[in-house]
Structure formats: structure tokens, C-alpha cells
Design a protein around this ligand. Structure first.
Ligand code: KPL
Length: 480
């Protein structure tokens, strides 16, 4: 192979870079030991370029659209969870539209896949084509579930379906790989495990999943429920996203592939070291770097480096790579802000700006932040990191909350939008995460717990109202 080879990503390897790290270079040492940081950054990636995107909400559409907009874009597949979405794609113009400052940018060239359904009823997963357990009026659903469970124990396990239906982009090449090498997850935290369960057999230990979501604790849940075996677990990457994107309700029904890029922000990204690498960082030393986090770059998978490179070379996204420790602090800052702004806007049923200039609200907010600040400052993973006490002090977090409330004063928070839309909220991954981490350290987070339960209650109420289970009186619009 020529020394300046066209890489899989369309970049050229730097002069003198050897594509095969196992072969000796001129000094008789393996290249793996002699590459500089620069060599590693621009090294070619031995990984298929296709990027799959799970979650076609506002952020999923924005990321997919932005990636397809770069020079020499990778193929992108949108993973859909509803047939209605596939039908809308097939019957529509097969394009994603981003509206930015009133300009509509249409982009084609996406492949779309309808994922197999996953129906779990009375604790039993139903196979494709199997009737709902509630359909037979003569058999109680829980008895039908028991019968199925017994039958399943004797039957061959069902073969996982790669995809239910695939619609290729116009002019796409014939090859289509079932394996998902590079996955970006933008679904809501609460739906992640269920969505990954359907495609887990297509993710290999060489694959990388990039989680771009609000809240924390999803990766721990995915490890426990989807990839319990560390040796077979894909690589992870995580991002904190500050872009504002939404779908105007009047357009959502007409075109589910339309999104408004309302606020230009950034994506802070970091690759996440595996637990075994974290436990034994000395095993990673292969160069003279004195910084453990520098040394960790040695063993990142090709798919991780490729996905990081792809996102950071997408100008619209403004994505920047950070060390895992810095990203953790950025995540916690966002979590602290969301743990106040989101539930309070739900309870007040008002826009983010409603938290400003309201002393009763400020008092509640201070109680919440005192708890959250204590939990964050006590986290074992943040000990010995300089400036944590000041960065996560109640006073600084309060300034941060008011600053975000002010810049986003006309926004409806994502949690309020979820409650109003009858969807599950991320309260358990925001306030719930603080409560859980507090419990681990013997800190009782009663304020976070109470506010989370009230949000869950409010959300349940809205869902019941929508199903017509409560005969609530219509309210006078002037009182809302
Ligand atoms: C910062 C804030 C509160 C902006 O609305 C947000 O991140 C959200 O709504 O989830």
C-alpha cells in the first residue's frame, strides 16, 4: 500500500505512516510504540464508515443532517422504531430538513431502517407476528404469559432479526453491512435500554456507541441489562450537547423529518475508558507520557477514534474532544442545572424564564442546589481534582441556573415538553441520579426525591387525562 493511502474516512495517512501496526518500521520497532500523538490523530481508521443513528427526535435529526453535510460524508442510516415513521419517509421526499434562522436546508442521501418491534407483556417478550396477550378474551393475559414462558423454555431461541425493512438512499451502493460499527444514540434516557435491546446482536466489541442524551446513569443501566459481559461490550463515548433544537408541533404531524435549529451550541465529547482499563491504568503505558489520560489514547478502538473524528470535523455541531474527567464535570454541571430548571418548570407549567425574579421559587431552588452540590462535591471520582469545591459550590450552581434560565427564558424545557406530550420524562436520570449517588454515600436527598416523585405524579396525571380516565373540568384559558 502506498505510504499516502486514501484512508477509509477519506483522509490521507501522513507520510511514512504504516497501515499495519504489527509490522516493523526502519528502526526495527513496532509502529505502535513509536507513533507520536499527531501520527495517532491522523492515522487511518480500519473501520467501515457507516454511522447509524438511533433516535429521530430533534437532536437525532440535527446530528444526522449535519454529518451528511460535511465534505466526503459517511453513509448514514436512520434507525426507526415506528412503521408510521417509515411510511412517512417512503411517501415523503426522503430528506431531512433543518430550519436555521428561517432558512430551510434540505438534505437527501440517508438510508432508513425499520427496527424489529419489541413487545414485552406481563414480563414475556413476544415474537414477531405473535398476537398480543390481551387479544384472547377467554384467556387471562398473565396465564397466557406463563404458558408462553414454559413453551419458550423448550423451544429454540428465536433468531434475532437484523432489520424489519430497509429503504436505501437513491444511488446507494449494493453492499449493506448488518453489523453496526458506529452508533450515535439520541433517544431519551428512559427509552435507551429498550431501543438497544432490539439491536444489541448487531453491535460488536469493536463497535462504538456514542450517547448524546440528557441525564446520567444510562451507561451503567446499559451495562447491566444489555452488555453484562465486559469482554463483549462495545466501546462507549459520551457527549454533553448544548444545541437547542425543536420541532414545531404544527409541523411534527405533517413532516417528522423537519427540525428547527433554534440555538447554536456545542457538543463536548469524551471516550469512556472501560472499567478494567480504569482499574489498571498502568497496563496502558506504552509511551513516555506522564499523564495517564494521555496514555489512555493508546488503546482507543478504531471505531471510537473514527466516530470522534467524524463528529469533530462536522462544523455545525461544534464538537470538541475532552478528557473523561473534564467531560464528567461538564455532565455534572448540566445535570445540576437540569435538576432545578426542568422539574420546576414542570411544576409551574411555565417557560424557563418563570424561574427568574420570583423569591419563592429561588428558595426552593436553593434547597435543591444545596443537596445537589453536596452530593457532587462528595463523589469519589472527583476527589483530588482541583477546584471541585468552588466549581460545584451552591452559589456557583445558582449563578449557572439563573444564567441558563435567562438565556433560554422563552424555551419550554425538555421535561415540560415531555409531560405535556404524555411521554416519559428524564427525571429519574436527572434528580434520580443525584438521589442514587447520594444514597451510595449516605446522603439523603429528600428534596430531589420529593421533586422527582411530584414530576412523575404530574406526568402520570397528564397521561391519564389524555386517556380520558379523569373527567377533569376544562380550565378557563385566562387562568393557565
Ligand atoms: C437547559 C435546558 C433547561 C433548556 O431548556 C435544557 O437542557 C432542557 O430543556 O432539557
Amino acid at each position: 500500500m502506498d505510504a499516502r493511502t486514501e484512508s477509509t474516512e477519506g483522509y490521507r495517512s501522513p507520510p511514512g505512516f504504516n497501515e499495519d501496526p504489527s509490522t516493523d518500521n526502519m528502526e526495527g520497532q513496532t509502529l505502535e510504540y513509536t507513533q507520536s500523538d499527531m501520527d495517532r490523530q491522523y492515522a487511518s481508521f480500519q473501520v467501515p464508515r457507516r454511522v447509524h443513528i438511533l433516535g429521530t427526535g430533534s437532536i437525532g435529526k440535527l446530528v444526522a443532517h449535519s454529518i451528511r453535510g460535511i465534505a466526503n460524508p459517511p453513509p448514514v442510516t436512520l434507525l426507526l422504531h415506528k412503521r408510521a415513521l417509515l411510511n412517512a419517509w417512503k411517501e415523503g421526499s426522503r430528506q431531512v430538513t433543518v430550519s436555521d434562522d428561517g432558512n430551510e436546508i434540505h438534505r437527501k442521501g440517508f438510508d432508513v431502517e425499520l427496527m424489529p418491534d419489541r413487545r414485552v407483556q406481563h414480563g414475556v417478550e413476544l415474537k414477531d407476528g405473535q398476537a398480543n396477550l390481551h387479544d384472547d378474551p377467554d384467556v387471562r393475559p398473565h396465564r397466557a404469559a406463563k404458558a408462553l414462558q414454559n413453551q419458550d423454555a423448550t423451544e429454540e431461541p428465536a433468531k434475532p432479526v437484523a432489520y424489519k425493512e430497509l429503504v436505501r438512499a437513491e444511488g446507494a451502493s449494493d453492499d449493506y453491512d448488518d453489523t453496526i460499527h458506529n452508533l450515535i444514540v439520541t433517544t431519551k434516557a428512559a427509552y435507551t435500554v429498550a431501543a438497544l435491546a432490539v439491536i444489541k446482536h448487531r453491535l460488536k466489541s469493536s463497535s462504538t456507541i456514542c450517547f448524546l442524551q440528557n441525564g446520567m446513569g444510562v451507561i451503567e443501566e446499559v451495562n447491566e441489562k444489555i452488555f453484562p459481559d465486559e469482554d463483549r461490550r462495545p466501546n462507549y463515548m459520551q457527549g454533553v450537547i448544548t444545541h437547542g433544537a425543536n420541532v414545531p408541533p404544527e409541523l411534527a404531524a405533517r413532516n417528522p423529518y423537519y427540525v428547527v435549529h433554534a440555538g447554536h451550541g456545542t457538543i463536548s465529547l469524551s471516550l469512556i475508558p472501560s472499567p478494567s482499563a480504569k482499574a489498571n491504568p498502568a497496563s496502558l503505558i506504552r509511551d513516555n507520557s506522564s499523564n495517564v489520560e494521555d496514555r489512555e489514547t493508546e488503546r482507543w478502538a478504531d471505531s471510537s477514534r473514527y466516530l470522534l473524528r467524524t463528529l469533530t470535523r462536522t462544523p455545525v455541531l461544534c464538537a470538541v474532544g475532552f478528557t473523561p474527567t473534564e467531560l464528567l464535570q461538564l455532565q455534572l454541571e448540566k445535570l445540576a442545572v437540569n435538576s432545578v430548571l426542568n422539574p420546576l418548570t414542570v411544576l409551574l407549567d411555565a417557560r424557563n424564564g418563570s424561574l427568574l425574579y420570583n423569591f419563592a421559587v429561588t428558595r426552593t431552588l436553593r434547597l435543591l442546589l444545596a443537596e445537589t452540590s453536596l452530593v457532587i462535591r462528595s463523589l469519589p471520582e472527583l476527589q483530588n481534582i482541583p477546584n471541585v469545591e468552588t466549581r460545584f459550590s451552591s452559589q456557583r450552581l445558582e449563578t449557572l441556573v439563573f444564567s441558563v434560565a435567562n438565556t433560554t427564558r422563552n424555551n419550554i424545557s425538555s421535561m415540560l415538553a415531555d409531560v405535556r406530550g404524555g411521554r416519559q420524562t428524564e427525571a429519574e436520570y436527572i434528580n434520580g441520579y443525584i438521589v442514587k449517588r447520594g444514597e451510595e454515600m449516605g446522603i439523603k436527598c429528600v428534596v430531589n426525591y420529593a421533586i422527582m416523585q411530584t414530576v412523575l405524579g404530574k406526568s402520570m396525571l397528564t397521561q391519564r387525562e389524555a386517556r380520558g380516565e379523569y373527567a377533569t373540568e376544562p380550565r378557563d384559558p385566562s387562568e393557565i
